[in-house]
Ligand binder design. Structure first.
Ligand code: UDP
Ligand code: MG
Length: 328
């Protein structure tokens, strides 16, 4: 929806139970965006099935300002899918993805826009400092980045979240990637194009608490490793080889005992341990293969990635038959 001939920048904000921060976030976004004279903007809030007052607040923001649009998902689909739903509803020449909790300061966006106007297609926010995060979170985040870069085929920048600006061309490629395990950071690295970092200090959450429980974080880590590498499958093969090597040693030992000693009947213990050991390895391997097979199953079902409950502020209902389904 263009109101003038300036470039349009869309801001995508995934929101899950963010009633405590929305007013502050919106105020800061608007005052920052109005200061950038070279572009016009729209803000797309995705309500990811919030159970607090988030939907009402978003409705109010939308009613007060026609540059605001709201996509409400029919239930909680998770952060990465909420961002994808937002992306699908943008019409800007560039899109900025930002968390609702003000950990990603909106004041960095003008710099991102400037770099984009310099000709970069991806401008990602690089966290110089992370305030207000527990040591546990910092430590797990570090381990996660180390692991993912070790095993995955594409280089994923360290200390970079989803806070970034991406050009329309990149958005279109992302939306054409139909995979269900969406690890946007990895996907954006995979897309390529000219990418550059903008450094900022990651603030503490403005209010409310993290929506990523330990379980969600683990699931996110597993998703990103499995959808970006075959390393776990390879690991299974290596563990298998190691087991065979151990078994060969065991066999030689058994034969020596059998032919050169008189106490060989007592060997049941070694058989018992070998059976257990190999059984364990086979189960692990099956489990790893099962993870991939399960994902193939989820992909071939071709279910929509998310279901939209309601759209506010869009001219006509958006037609996205292959990725979302309208439920009225
Ligand atoms: N979020 C979401 N759906 C979820 C979990 C989180 O849309 O199921 C949103 C949340 O509202 C926030 C962003 O994703 O805007 C990042 O979440 P959070 O700040 O809780 O994660 P953290 O910064 O602790 O990793
Ligand atoms: Mg946060």
């Amino acid at each position: 929806m263009r109101t003038d001939d300036r470039m349009l920048v869309s801001i995508v904000v995934p929101c899950y139970n963010e009633e405590a921060v929305l007013a502050e976030l919106h105020g800061r976004l608007i005052s920052m965006l109005e200061g950038v004279e070279t572009v016009s903007f729209e803000i797309i809030y995705t309500d990811d099935g919030s159970r607090d007052r988030t939907p009402e607040i978003l409705r109010g923001l939308q009613a007060a300002d026609n540059r605001v649009r709201v996509v409400s998902l029919s239930r909680n689909f998770g952060h990465q899918v909420a961002v994808t739903a937002g992306l699908e509803h943008t019409s800007g020449d560039a899109v900025v993805i930002i968390d609702a909790d003000l950990q990603d300061p909106p004041e960095v966006i003008p710099e991102m826009i400037a770099r984009w106007q310099d000709g970069y297609q991806v401008v990602y926010g690089l966290r110089a400092k992370r305030e207000g995060e527990t040591t546990f979170k910092l430590w797990t985040a570090k381990a996660f980045y180390r692991l993912i870069n070790r095993v995955s085929e594409v280089e994923i920048p360290i200390d970079v979240g989803d806070f970034r600006l991406i050009d329309r061309r990149v958005v279109d490629v992302l939306l054409a990637m139909p995979e269900r395990d969406r690890f946007l950071r990895g996907m954006i690295s995979w897309v390529g194009f000219k990418q550059v970092a903008v450094i900022y200090d990651r603030a503490a959450r403005h209010a409310g608490e993290t929506k990523y429980s330990l379980i969600k974080m683990l699931r996110f880590a597993v998703d990103s490793v499995i959808s970006f590498s075959f390393a776990p499958l390879r690991l299974a093969i290596w563990v298998g080889f190691a087991a065979i090597a151990a078994a060969v040693v065991g066999i030689v030992y058994a034969l020596v005992i059998r032919f050169y000693t008189t106490t060989w009947v007592r060997g049941w213990a070694s058989i018992f341990t070998a059976v257990l050991f190999l059984g364990g390895i086979q189960l692990i391997t099956l489990g790893i293969v099962g993870e991939y097979v399960g994902r193939i199953y989820a992909e071939v079902k071709l279910r929509p990635l998310y279901v939209v409950g309601e759209r506010l502020g869009f001219d006509e209902p958006k037609q996205t038959p292959d990725a979302s389904t309208e439920v009225e």
